[in-house]
Design a protein around this ligand. Structure first.
Ligand code: FEO
Length: 393
């Protein structure tokens, strides 16, 4: 048995995945992650909220050793890192009911092959009594799937939020207050997972803020002892606020595009604009995603490969398009060998970017004086735009 007490008869029974370095075969996890699962023992009924990635099912069942009875398995979100061990848990406790949101029912049936008659859905605001403990379910769609909901344990004032407000962070500590390293991990998590859903997040935060919350218990990362820390961070990240910052993701094959990027970055710095450069040949895309949260401008630097963008640039453009950053302005710079359609190709990959395109500076081979002049003019235009937004005092 490894029940770690959070409050009276409320326990953490999940696992830490210290060694995981990639999520969805896409997202870097420099600090690993955890799959949190919570055991609630009410005076009449016992419930588990979320399970663990099936790769860790053995450890999960070790943690649960000694558990004799389980009435409810609650899945707040159907993605397999939380729901994947549900079929095994149902085998172990065949009389348990599976509790989920109405939209999750189909997902649970399709992804986990759970028999529909095992499932009971909870409407928005509906309560589930465990005897002396009461769970209230609140639908919070699109954080980050359509079916997501949170559960509020009324008597103990704990919000179980699953992915929402979570962090890819491993620790033997159950709780966090305001450790900047964990907030940074939550920011990375937000950038990679939540950012496309900013408007939904703001609506869901309003619902959550109506509650009197002592603890926010997500299904990744430690439990927030100061809920306002992570809630206010989410409000800021999801707001329209941008910084006086130009994000420059680039790649270079023979150095010509790199020289343009360096010249252009120096011009921006001279004009009082912050820059963040990411060489896409070596960069951590999680860091790039974090920079996308509040960059006012994105300038993509790409050489040309067979008239199109370098594949690393195309890959990043597709990712940025999915993440829907709030950048106000965009531009493209780069060098080509003998011919190019790089600008149209890159813009075609970014239909979701609502930024004003300020121009493109593309040159053949080495950047000469006329190209440098164009780069300076582009930097000046960006600085002017930032000034108009009040970002440069
Ligand atoms: Fe942690 Fe969307 O799963």
């Amino acid at each position: 048995m490894n029940f770690r007490k959070i409050k009276d008869k409320v326990f953490a029974v999940g696992v830490q995945d210290w060694g995981r370095r990639l999520f969805d075969s896409l997202i870097p996890l420099p600090d690993g992650t955890s799959y949190n699962s919570y055991l609630l023992q009410g005076s009449e009924k016992t419930a588990i909220i979320d399970t663990v990635d099936p790769a860790f099912a053995d450890k999960f069942f070790e943690n649960l050793e000694g558990l004799e009875k389980l009435d409810y398995i609650i899945t707040l979100h159907s993605e397999q890192d939380h729901s994947g061990s549900i079929p095994l848990l149902l085998e172990r406790f065949p009389n348990a009911e599976l509790i989920c949101s109405p939209k999750a029912k189909d997902l649970v049936v399709e992804h986990l092959l759970v028999a529909p008659e095992k499932i009971r859905v909870m409407e928005d605001g509906e309560k589930l009594s465990l005897g002396d403990k009461t769970l209230r379910f609140i639908h919070t769609p699109w954080v980050h799937w359509p079916e997501t909901m949170v559960a509020y344990l009324e008597e103990d004032r704990i919000l179980f939020s699953c992915d929402f407000l979570g962090s890819h962070w491993t620790t033997s500590d159950l709780f966090v207050e305001d450790d900047p390293a964990v907030i940074e991990a939550a920011r990375r998590y937000y950038a990679e997972i939540m950012m496309p859903f900013r408007s939904f997040i703001l609506k869901n935060l309003e619902k959550v803020k109506q509650l009197d919350i002592d603890l926010v218990a997500p299904s990744h990362g430690p439990i927030w002892k100061k809920p306002e820390v992570i809630i206010s961070a989410y409000e800021d990240w999801s707001s329209e606020r941008v910084e006086n910052k130009v994000l420059i993701p680039f790649v270079s094959m023979h150095g010509s595009t790199h020289k343009m990027v360096d010249y252009f970055a120096d011009e921006l710095i001279r004009l009082g604009v912050k820059v963040e450069l990411f060489d896409l040949a070596v960069t951590d895309i999680g860091k790039l995603a974090m920079s996308l949260i509040d960059a006012a401008t994105i300038v993509i630097g790409s050489p040309t490969v067979h008239v199109g963008p370098h594949p690393f640039v195309a890959n990043t453009a597709i990712l940025a398009n999915v993440l829907k950053p709030k950048a106000r302005f965009a531009a493209i710079i780069g060098s080509y060998g003998w011919g190019t359609r790089v600008v149209d190709s890159i813009l075609g990959l970014l239909p979701n970017l609502k930024a004003e395109v300020l121009g493109a500076v593309i040159c053949k081979g080495e950047a000469k004086e006329d190209t440098k002049k164009e780069l300076t003019q582009l930097a000046e235009l960006i600085a002017k735009k930032h000034q108009e937004l009040g970002l440069i005092k």
